[in-house]
Design a protein around this ligand. Structure first.
Ligand code: ZN
Length: 203
């Protein structure tokens, strides 16, 4: 999805309807800054706003995604291009999430090791204080691992090697599963076999 092109398209449709950014914003119950952000290609309208926006602009959602009016002749090609772009956006989002997971996991582990180091090697600390540092270190590690695993569950899909099914597992199953890197040994909800499932970015 080309955000700049979509932005320009929204602006030109709005002008055709003789609306200012503020008037369009008011109709949608949002700020004119949000409209300005769409039109300059900084962000896309929320999916929940799209139907109403398209109605006010007199265009279809398909037109909006393509950043131009889609005719019967180019309809199929335009729909395919929009689908492909959605898929690319999803893959990119999932890659970013998985990078975030690595950052969270690594920084939490390092700060835990640092606290263990402080608690055990710095001379002269009262025992109570050493235990407190260890407990805090352990809690922050546990919280970060929880969020990292949440991300790993929701970002992308797992693919069953047996039947090729791609799916999003339950958080519980991800936590309980054995893993090698991001591959996890889980039971496939489609074929029911227990085998190694690989992380993939899209269906
Ligand atoms: Zn399967």
């Amino acid at each position: 999805m080309d955000q700049i092109m979509i932005g320009k398209f929204i602006a030109s449709c709005r002008k055709e309807k003789k609306l200012t950014q503020a008037q369009l914003a008011e109709k949608l119950g949002i700020t004119d800054r949000a409209v300005s952000k769409w039109e300059t290609g900084k962000c896309l309208p929320d999916a929940s706003l799209m139907p109403e926006l398209c109605e006010h602009l007199g265009i279809s959602i398909n037109d909006l995604f393509n950043g131009r009016r889609v005719t019967m002749e180019n309809y199929k090609e335009a729909a395919e291009a929009a689908m492909l772009q959605l898929k690319k956006n999803e893959e990119q989002k999932n890659r970013m999430l998985l990078i975030l997971e690595i950052v969270i996991g690594t920084s939490a582990t390092l700060s835990f090791l640092f606290m263990v180091f402080v608690a055990s090697l710095i001379p002269g600390l009262p025992a109570f204080f050493r235990i407190l540092i260890l407990v805090i270190g352990f809690i922050q590690l546990a919280v970060c691992i929880y969020f990292a695993l949440k991300i790993e569950t929701k970002a992308g899909y797992y693919k069953c090697e047996e039947c090729g099914n791609t799916y999003v597992p339950e958080f519980r199953d991800v936590v309980m599963a054995m893993h090698k890197g991001r591959d996890r040994k889980m039971t496939c909800p489609c074929c029911g076999k227990k085998c190694w499932h690989k992380k993939v970015m899209s269906k």
